[in-house]
Design a protein around this ligand. Structure first.
Ligand code: SGN
Ligand code: CA
Length: 522
């Protein structure tokens, strides 16, 4: 009799453990990770910037209404491939080896978020832009755009073949996503990355949106005619809307009145070539009146620069419109299939983008618009509707956070940290990070942005353009648009010392090797 008691106790413990394990398995959430390309916070209405209030994104906003909006989320290296590699690995560029959009592919043999999820019973898929050169690993299914992908009738690559699909890229990606959701193994939780090409350069809208914003006047940023005083690297960039945008390729400007031939296209008719003849005809017709108006009205240089800004905004936000529709369609699918209750939805972009601030388009700089990265996240019952997360978070945190939320152990070598507590309890743990590390490498390169690293704290930001050994310091409270470099100015000694110290610690913590900046990629 006395021996049977411990046996029963053991059985009870075993059964409880099994039950808990079963419950845990059952509770494992699905994850839909939606990422667009170059979608600025300024163009997501949930963030409240003026441009987005004229061209709102109701479906994307809904994620924040039902869940959380991150107002201090940043990338680690503001450029496509590197940001994607940081998301996959939870590591800064110098650790995952993908430092710039370059010739060398992402090392897919290393540990990644999809691989770990797959090993833990998840079915994994990626559909859309990949842009990491080597073939995806860790995915049960992948169907990726060829390189940057085309807006019209793009090629998709799978493990088996390359297929050209007829249609508009954003709609195609949405449909392929829904098809995969239908055909997946329904006994497994899933991790799905839906990666849009839009609103990447050269901002070609879907036909139904060609004219959506044709009469909309967007507010010109205060800093549009920035003279870059006191900011050497900013004065050397090549990303001015009025100076560096291609008038044909980017601005869809033609050679003259009633003309169909683009004024200047560096890659002759690259985007027009993938359109059918009928599509091309409709494209030209859609822009003809506005282009004619440009050529029949006299304009000063300043007015021309503003005209270009308006054309850029009209196209950029028209491509965003399709992305927003896509998010709406996916959310509807989840609701109609009942999947919404147990699915984490994330919306983000690989980095921020300039919508005319400092006169610019593109990204790369550690200034707020491109360093910042939109992040919206919902998970019913776990994230309270309307949550605002203001703690400093970064793309290297995505992988550890998702593992944490899926009850999977976070590997020690991931450099990001889980922000599950921040978003689920909406409480910042006392020891939450007080600073962020950033490093951009791609120079020389498109848009001529000098390499730099830096540190951001809540109020101040310190940037080092290390090849030129030029420092910049900003007080974001008094100078949110970062026009006034106060490095070396009277009264900044103490704060500079503090930031330099912090930068030093971060570089130590992340094991940055001073002499090996570019070694991994050559
Ligand atoms: C292309 C664009 C650049 C852009 C890079 C990187 N030129 O080269 O403007 O900075 O991609 O973008 S384009 O005329 O070909 O569109 S990224 O998002 O892939 O990093
Ligand atoms: Ca990008």
């Amino acid at each position: 009799k006395t021996e049977i008691k411990p046996f029963i106790a053991l059985c009870v413990t075993l059964m409880t453990t099994l039950c808990m394990y079963g419950q845990k398995l059952e509770q494992r959430p699905n994850v839909i990770f939606i990422m667009s390309d170059d979608h600025a916070e300024q163009a997501i209405s949930a963030y409240g910037h003026p441009v987005s209030q004229i061209a709102p994104t109701p479906h994307i906003d809904q994620i924040a209404q039902e869940g959380a909006l991150f107002v201090n989320n940043y990338c680690s290296n503001s450029i496509c491939g590197p940001s994607r590699a940081a998301i996959l690995t939870g590591k800064h560029s110098h650790k995952n080896g993908f430092m710039r959009n370059g010739n060398k592919g992402f090392d897919g043999t290393q540990q990644t978020l999809p691989k770990i999820l797959q090993q833990n019973g998840y079915e994994t898929a990626i559909i859309g832009k990949w842009h990491l050169i080597s073939k995806p690993t860790g995915f049960d299914h992948w169907e990726i755009l060829n390189d940057q992908g085309d807006y019209y009738n793009p090629y998709f690559i799978t493990a088996q073949d390359t297929v050209r699909r007829m249609g508009y890229v954003t709609d195609l990606i949405t449909n392929l996503t829904k098809e995969w959701l239908e055909s997946r193994d329904k006994n497994k939780p899933f991790f799905l990355m839906m990666h849009h090409k839009a609103p990447h350069r050269n901002w070609v809208p879907a036909e139904r949106h060609y004219k959506r914003y044709e009469n909309t006047i967007f507010p010109v940023p205060e800093t549009y005619f920035d003279d870059y005083e006191g900011r050497y690297a900013a004065s050397k960039q090549e990303m001015n809307i009025y100076r560096d945008m291609y008038e044909g390729h980017d601005l869809k400007m033609v050679a003259g009145i009633n003309s169909d031939s683009l004024l200047y296209d560096p890659w002759p008719h690259a985007f027009l070539e993938t359109m059918t003849t009928a599509e091309r005809e409709r494209f030209f017709m859609a822009y003809r009146d506005r282009n004619n108006d440009y050529y029949t009205t006299e304009r000063t240089e300043k007015e021309k620069a503003i005209w270009k800004f308006q054309r850029y905004m009209q196209d950029y936000l028209a491509t965003v419109k399709s992305v927003d529709e896509s998010v709406g369609e996916i959310m509807d699918y989840l609701k109609n299939s009942g999947l919404d209750k147990n699915t984490i939805i994330i919306y983000t972009s690989d980095q921020g983008f300039y919508l005319g601030e400092h006169g610019w388009f593109d990204k790369r700089f550690m200034y707020e618009e491109s360093f910042g990265m939109p992040l919206l996240m919902s998970y019913p019952e776990h994230i309270k509707p309307g949550t605002k997360v203001d703690g400093l978070t970064q793309n290297i945190d995505f992988a550890p956070t998702l593992l944490d939320m899926c009850h999977i152990e976070i590997p020690d070598d991931m450099q990001g940290v889980s922000f599950k507590k921040l978003v689920e309890n909406n409480k910042k743990p006392r020891d939450w990070r007080k600073s962020l590390y950033y490093h951009y490498y791609e120079f020389p390169g498109f848009h001529s942005v000098r390499a730099h690293y830096g540190v951001k704290m809540k109020r101040y930001k310190l940037i080092h353009f290390y090849n030129e050994d030029i420092w910049e310091l900003y007080d974001l409270k008094n100078d949110p648009t970062e026009m006034n470099n106060i490095y070396g100015k009277t009264g900044t000694k103490k704060i500079t010392k503090k930031l330099k110290n912090e930068l030093h610690h971060l570089r130590e913590q992340y094991e940055v090797d001073e002499d090996k900046h570019d070694e991994n990629e050559r």
